[in-house]
Design a protein around this ligand. Structure first.
Ligand code: DX5
Ligand code: ZN
Length: 215
C-alpha cells in the first residue's frame, strides 16, 4: 500500500500554544506540519508569516510544509527558505505566465528545498501539466483557499487522476480543504498521497485517532 503523508494544518490549532499543538500531532503520528500563509490580497484572510516559521523551526523537526497563498510569491521565497521551510508551495494563479512559474520553481530549488505548486478549484489541471516534471509536490485545493472548516468540493478531487496520469516522477499529489475520514478515502482512491487536514484533526479530542482515520 502507498504511504499517505498526513499534514495537519496549524490554521485550526490553538495559536497561543503552537509549540504544544505541534508536539501533540507529532506524538499522534504526524510527520509534516502544514503552515498556511495568507496575505489578505491573494485570499481574503491574513494569517502568519516568516517570523512564525522561523520560530517553529527552532522547536520542531517535523517537515514544515508551507502553503503560500500570497501575491508576488517570488519576493518571499528567500525569506521563507531561510526561515527553515522544507517545502514551499505557491499558487499558479498568483503567477503572470509560464516563465514566472518556472522562475519561482527554480528559485525554490536554488535553496535546496522542495517546490510545490497549487491550483484553486476553478483552475483546470491541464494548465499545470507542463510544470509537473519540475515539481516535488502538486497541491489540489478542494475548497476556495482562505479559511479552514469549509466543505470539500468533490469536483475538484476529480482532477487527481488526470494529474496522476501525466506524472512521470515520484511527485507528491497533495489535497487540501475539507478533508475528514470520508473525503480522505475518496482522495486516496483517486491517487492522492498526501492529505492536509486542519479542522478535522485539531477539532478532534483525540489527535491520534483522527490522524489514523485519514491514513
Ligand atoms: C485553506 C487552507 C487549508 C486549511 C484547511 O485555505 O489552505 O490548509 O487549513 O482546513 P480544513 O482542513 O479545515 O478544511
Ligand atoms: Zn493549506
Amino acid at each position: 500500500m502507498n504511504k499517505i503523508i498526513i499534514s495537519p494544518s496549524i490554521l485550526s490549532a490553538d495559536f497561543a500554544n503552537l509549540e504544544k499543538e505541534i508536539q501533540a500531532v507529532k506524538e499522534a503520528g504526524a510527520e509534516w506540519i502544514h503552515i498556511d500563509v495568507m496575505d489578505g490580497h491573494f485570499v481574503p484572510n491574513i494569517t502568519i508569516g516568516v517570523p512564525v516559521v522561523k520560530s517553529l523551526r527552532k522547536v520542531t523537526d517535523l517537515v514544515l510544509d508551507t502553503h503560500l497563498m500570497i501575491e508576488n510569491p517570488e519576493r518571499y521565497i528567500e525569506p521563507f527558505a531561510k526561515a527553515g521551510a522544507d517545502i514551499l508551495t505557491f499558487h499558479y494563479e498568483a503567477c503572470k505566465d509560464s516563465d514566472h512559474v518556472n522562475e519561482i520553481i527554480s528559485k525554490i530549488k536554488h535553496f535546496g528545498i522542495k517546490a510545490g505548486l497549487s491550483i484553486k478549484p476553478k483552475t483546470a489541471p491541464e494548465e499545470i501539466f507542463e510544470f509537473l516534471d519540475r515539481l516535488d509536490l502538486l497541491l489540489v485545493m478542494t475548497v476556495e483557499p482562505g479559511f479552514g472548516g469549509q466543505e470539500f468540493m468533490h469536483d475538484c478531487a476529480m482532477k487527481i487522476p488526470l494529474i496522476k496520469e501525466k506524472v512521470q516522477n515520484d511527485i507528491i499529489i497533495q489535497v487540501d480543504g475539507g478533508i475528514n475520514n470520508l473525503t480522505a478515502k475518496i482522495c486516496k482512491s483517486l491517487g492522492a498521497n498526501s492529505l492536509v487536514a486542519g479542522s478535522y484533526i485539531y477539532g478532534n479530542n483525540d489527535y491520534k485517532k483522527a490522524i489514523e482515520s485519514l491514513k
